[in-house]
Design a protein around this ligand. Structure first.
Ligand SMILES: Cc1cc2nc3c(=O)[nH]c(=O)nc-3n(C[C@H](O)[C@H](O)[C@H](O)COP(=O)(O)OP(=O)(O)OC[C@H]3O[C@@H](n4cnc5c(N)ncnc54)[C@H](O)[C@@H]3O)c2cc1C
Length: 817
């Protein structure tokens, strides 16, 4: 017999409501911590739902030391399978489909991809559907008729663009940042509520269709129409391949034969076999890391235990995060997103009933505490199993507190004799505080990037802000997988060049088709970096010698943007920030360690008409994070993107350092442009890029884009205008209170006052005069050339060796004599 979890409620006429349900999801023993990891884990994962299980399994596979902390006594989070009288009840997430890529991969991995059963009963089509909308006589329909009525209303609702969402949400896994629809267009749609859309189309629907549509929308969103975003419906429809023909098959038909808990158990078991440490019934209370990002993250539990990890992956649901204390505090925007939370407070109730005629029955009623009822199989004793759903009725309907009201709500759907109820109230549950996340109008545009971003060494993984199947099992698996990969790569300094085979292949491909092919995409494909928004935030070493620290320390987003162009004291400023304790990026000195290919992509996304640009979408927060997410301050190479970064990091402050045009231009022209655009530069840049050195490509595209130019001549003639536009924009768009106008000669005092720092006991740095810059540039050029020459030699040796081997084999092994 399965162990009893503390979760869930069961009602019988004799016993009334009792708390706790039998499920194989309960883990025994609850704790297994090997003393050898008592110190600092590579990764601590919080939460044993699907996001957490995917993360721990992947990390343990990679031989990381991992600790899983879970508040409940069981695995599965918002999914678990209760077991009663040899019948399985899905208490949360239930329906699966092969359209869910991450989930399907797991089902295949554990041999469960064929073990599906369907909702309902055999010969369901011979059953009936009852529809009961206020003001219209209830009536009986065939399932086919009901399906057609639902499809008509739903199609009308989601067909906002005449193409069933295809033109505004072509790629549901890339909603805000896809190559087809500008972000601003998506943001406009994202503002619309389900209520707005309903008002627009309701006159085209009969009262019955209206009732059916509204109840369906409330069933899906678990909230109310005003607070529910139309976009989430359009996104859902896009996930149905933009066709309501797939509605039932994708959303409501297939279940795992052995239950969600079986899949979760197999994932957990694999992690355990690979050395997972875990502690169940261990709710986390606070997560603390040093402000500088140094050292491990400390997690304190409600029971006052402490654990430490180099990285933390929190899978704590959106509506629960406000109970956790973070130090340093979360960004203002993330905290705002958390305070608002999601709106899904749906009710789900299982009922065993003795009415055999309901075996092939479905039902909708509107309004009602329970609006949908589905017959879903028969128990071994012949009783019929009904699963029913309601919207957010928390004010008036807490099912586990009022059995009579719950049974009345079921009887309102259809008269029935209820013998047993099973339910889990996800809204009163302190570890979910709601059902599957459904967002408010405008929420995605404002908060998605922030929710998906990191906070220093804390990564956040949850179905509640997944890219594609948000609010679904697949989204949880997506998030666990992606964040585990980031944690592993950062912990192990996995950098693209570590993949020797991938690199060789990339180079070979680049040599064959250097420009007709997107060699960066090829590089990523070979390296397994399929998701461009989650390019590993592998450490970019600090350039400033005074840090003495060449390890990445992610900081949770850029805090200070040094708004200033190249050759305007950026190196001195970078050194000053470093002295003040900020992780500072100053790139121009080092062509080898900066992710130039990403900077080049950013330029292509921003200035699609720049010569040589390949089609890209504009960069968004997660992309910028991939370049500069581990820094507090950005300087030189970030300057062409100042306004984009201002949008992506709304909490950042600005230090404006402007040098007068004439003296700046003469230095910039000779010291920077000269190195990028000298006669003969073009073929050299092409050769360098074959060997993976893309700094030349990136800088040329940045400069051409920034100066709105197609050539060096254009840059020269547009220089003054671009210079003025840049500083005007900064001053016009960044409010004064977030901006310091700084002069290097003013030294520490104004800068420290603005940043709230003590004045250091060293002179304000003055570095990188013209002579020093020239020397640097020369050295970089020499280093690039010698790297190319070295690589050419390697290739020649390789070709010679292969040729020799072929000659030898031909002569000695395959010779006919
Ligand atoms: C009623 C219902 C029906 C659904 N139906 C479907 C469906 O049919 N198909 C589908 O694909 N999806 C469905 N979903 C959605 C899906 O189940 C969820 O989106 C997904 O399971 C969430 O996974 P997660 O790992 O992101 O979060 P969770 O599963 O919530 O996991 C988070 C874990 O963190 C733990 N935790 C929380 N706070 C703390 C703390 N302080 N300390 C330690 N641990 C903590 C929680 O206990 C939990 O185990 C449904 C969800 C519900 C509730």
């Amino acid at each position: 017999m399965a162990a009893k979890s503390r979760d869930g409620h069961v009602w019988t006429p004799v016993g009334g409501f009792t708390t706790g349900i039998e499920t194989d999801a309960v883990i025994s023993p609850q704790t297994s911590i090997s003393t050898s990891h008592n110190n600092v884990y590579d990764v601590v994962v919080i939460g044993a739902g699907y996001a957490g299980l995917a993360a721990v399994r992947d990390l343990c596979n990679q031989k990381q030391s991992v600790l899983l902390l879970e508040a409940r006594d069981r695995i599965g989070g918002r999914t678990y399978t209760a077991k009663k009288d040899d019948f399985l009840y899905e208490m949360g997430g239930t329906w699966v489909t092969h359209h869910m890529g991450y989930l399907f991969r797991e089902m295949v991995r554990y041999g469960m991809d064929r073990d599906l059963i369907t909702t309902g009963s055999p010969n369901m089509e011979k059953g009936f559907y009852t529809i009961n909308v206020a003001g219209v006589n209830p009536r009986k329909l065939s399932h086919e008729e009901a399906g057609a009525m639902q499809a008509k209303a739903w199609d009308m609702f989601v067909n906002v663009d005449g193409q069933y969402g295809r033109t505004i949400c072509p790629l549901p896994h890339a909603q805000l940042d896809n190559p087809i629809v500008p972000r601003s267009t998506v943001e406009q749609w994202d503002k619309v509520s389900c209520q707005d859309r309903f008002e627009e189309i309701k006159h085209k629907l009969t009262s019955e269709e209206q009732g059916l549509l509204v109840s369906l929308l409330l069933h899906i969103s678990g909230g109310n129409l005003e607070d529910s975003s139309l976009w989430d419906m359009v996104r859902s429809h896009a996930l149905l391949m933009h066709s309501s023909d797939n509605f039932t098959d994708v959303w409501l038909r297939y279940k795992l034969r052995d239950g969600q808990t079986e899949l979760a158990k197999r994932m957990f078991q694999e992690a355990k076999n690979d050395g997972l440490n875990f502690a169940f019934s261990t709710p986390v209370a606070s997560i603390k890391q040093s402000a500088s990002g140094d050292g491990p993250v400390t997690i304190r539990t409600v029971n006052n235990q402490t654990f430490r990890g180099r990285k933390v992956i929190s899978t704590i649901p959106l509506n629960v995060l406000k109970d956790i204390q973070f130090s340093p505090p979360l960004s203002q925007r993330r905290q705002e997103a958390i305070n608002i939370g999601h709106i899904n407070h749906m009710t789900k109730v299982h009922a065993d009933v003795s009415n055999k005629e309901l075996e092939r029955w479905n039902r909708m009623r509107f309004p009602g505490h329970l609006m949908y009822g589905y017959a879903d199989g028969a128990l071994p004793n012949g009783d019929v199993h009904i699963v029913a759903f309601g919207k957010d009725d928390r004010e008036t309907f807490i099912p586990e507190n009022d059995a009579n009201k719950t049974i009345d709500a079921l009887n309102d759907l259809h008269p029935m004799h209820v013998k047993r109820l099973l339910l889990h109230n996800w809204s009163t549950d302190p570890y979910s505080k709601g059902g599957p996340a459904w967002w408010r109008p405008g929420y995605m545009s404002k908060y998605q990037d922030e929710l998906q971003s990191r906070h220093g060494n804390i990564l956040f993984a949850s179905a509640d802000w997944a890219h594609g199947w948000r609010a679904a099992i697949d989204g949880a698996l997506e998030q666990g997988t992606l964040n585990a990969r980031t944690a592993f790569q950062e912990n192990n300094n996995v950098r693209p060049k570590d993949n020797i085979v991938g690199n060789l292949l990339t180079r070979a491909l680049s040599m064959c088709v250097p420009h007709s092919y997107d060699d960066i995409a090829v590089t990523r494909l070979i390296r397994g970096e399929f998701d461009r928004t989650k390019v590993p935030q592998h450490p970019v070493p600090h350039m400033m010698p005074s840090t003495g620290d060449h390890e990445s320390k992610p900081a949770g987003g850029i805090k200070i943007i040094n708004a200033s162009l190249f050759r305007m004291g950026t190196k001195s400023m970078a050194e000053a920030y470093t002295i003040l304790g900020y992780r500072t990026h100053h790139a121009i000195d080092d062509p080898f360690t900066v992710p130039w290919h990403l900077i080049e992509e950013a330029a292509e996304g921003k200035w699609p008409d720049v010569p040589g640009a390949r089609p890209r979408r504009p960069y968004t927060r997660s992309d910028w994070d991939a370049i500069w997410g581990s820094y507090d301050v950005v300087t030189d190479v970030a300057s062409p993107f100042t306004m984009d970064l201002a949008q992506a990091y709304p909490d950042a402050i600005f230090v404006v350092v402007q040098r007068d045009f004439d003296s700046w231009w003469s230095s910039f022209e000779s010291e920077v442009l000269g190195w990028c655009f000298f006669r003969g530069a073009q073929p050299l840049v092409a050769i360098f890029s074959i060997f993976g050195l893309r700094s030349g490509n990136a800088l040329r595209k940045c400069f051409l884009g920034f100066f709105n130019a197609k050539s060096l001549e254009d840059i020269k003639s547009n220089a003054r205008e671009a210079y003025d536009r840049y500083f005007n924009d900064v001053r016009r768009l960044i409010p004064e209170e977030r901006r310091l106008e700084h002069k290097l000669e003013a030294g520490w005092a104004p800068l420290c006052a603005f940043l709230g720092k003590e004045i250091p006991d060293v002179p304000f740095p003055r570095l990188n005069d013209r002579a020093a810059h020239t020397a640097h540039s020369r050295a970089n050029f020499r280093n690039s050339l010698s790297l190319v020459v070295r690589n050419v030699l390697y290739w020649m040796v390789g070709v010679f060796f292969v040729g020799y081997l072929a000659w030898y084999l031909q002569g000695h092994l395959f010779s006919r004599d």
